[in-house]
Design a protein around this ligand. Structure first.
Ligand code: A3P
Length: 297
């Protein structure tokens, strides 16, 4: 089953939803002048983008809750490649925080010439795929995912939004950014949100006292974000995103893949991902993190 032309545009080999991307928005992204103090959180879709749209403004303004309680996430920390950026760019506070799903080679030239910082968040690809499968069921601007197995085949072939997961992760492991890039995982954020927020604030050189840390961690926990209408997509009309079919903030856990994959599917999936990550000098625990098993008593 091929992706429908009506719903997706093809940009440099990547499928992007027409609902939020146009030729103009992609040109705007390509020519966007990143500034030295800009921060870009980059993710493959379903890896924690919305979470970073909550964390970043809070870290940048010392834990003031106003932006996350009053501005929808897509305008508060807009996507570099989406149509909203041109509308809100002028009114973004400084330092500006953006998100992007683009691979490294499609970044604007200004990423190299500026000192802008990048936070790359990755997630276990099995959980990414499960999250994406449910997202395709609730978002009318995406193709119906078909059966779980059909969707898995498309995911492994990269015939999904923003292409192959392995290409994305690899592109961001080989950058010229040096200490301007921080790697975080969704799994470490689930396991230790405060510690993850601390890593972000240290990376951005923002000192936060314990009270601010506490406030940020409380604001960014799953249950709180689920009820924040500025972050849970409930402001989007139901015919575009139907939270009653599957809430956008669905489960917020690690390892949900176990409830979806058969043993055969897991073996097939892992074999493909392992093969494509083989040349990487990364232990699989880095690119395919699993929560530690409980210690034996
Ligand atoms: P699930 O579908 O597994 O629940 P993105 O924002 O990149 O599209 O990713 C969406 C995924 O991140 C969803 O995963 C969503 O529930 C999860 N997520 C968002 N905010 C979260 C939070 N505060 N804690 C845990 N997971 C969160």
């Amino acid at each position: 089953m091929e992706a429908s032309e009506e719903k997706y545009l093809l940009h440099r080999g990547l499928l992007l939803p027409r609902e939020t991307h146009t030729a103009d928005s992609l040109t705007f992204a390509h020519e966007f002048e990143l500034r030295d103090d800009d921060i870009l959180a980059v993710t493959y879709p379903k890896s924690g983008t919305t979470w970073m749209q909550e964390v970043l403004p809070l870290v940048l303004n010392g834990g003031d809750l106003t932006p996350v309680q009053t501005i929808p996430n897509w305008d508060r920390v807009p996507w570099l490649e989406e149509t909203r950026l041109a509308i809100v760019a002028e009114r973004l506070p400084t330092p500006r925080a953006l998100v992007s799903h683009l691979p490294y080679h499609l970044m604007p030239k200004s990423l190299d010439s500026s000192k802008a910082k990048v936070i790359y968040v990755s997630r276990n690809p099995k959980d990414v795929m499960v999250s994406s499968y449910h997202f395709h069921k609730m978002a009318s601007f995406l193709d119906d995912p078909g059966t779980f197995h059909e969707f898995m085949d498309k995911f492994l072939q990269g015939k999904v939004l923003f292409g192959k997961w392995t290409d994305h992760v690899k592109s961001w492991r080989h950058t010229e950014l040096g200490d301007r890039i921080l790697y975080l995982t969704y799994e470490e954020m689930v396991q230790d949100l405060r510690g993850s927020v601390r890593r972000v604030s240290d990376f951005l050189g923002r000192a936060l006292d314990e009270e601010a840390m506490e406030r940020i961690a409380a604001q960014c926990c799953f249950n709180n974000m689920k009820t924040n209408c500025m972050s849970n997509y409930s402001l989007v009309p139901q015919d575009i995103m139907d939270n009653s079919k599957s809430p956008f903030l669905r489960k917020g856990v690690t390892g949900d893949w176990r409830n979806h994959f058969s043993a055969e599917q897991e073996a097939q999936f892992s074999a493909v991902i392992s093969r494509e990550m083989e040349a990487e000098e990364l232990s699989s625990s880095l690119w395919c993190p699993e929560p530690s098993p409980p210690a034996h008593q």
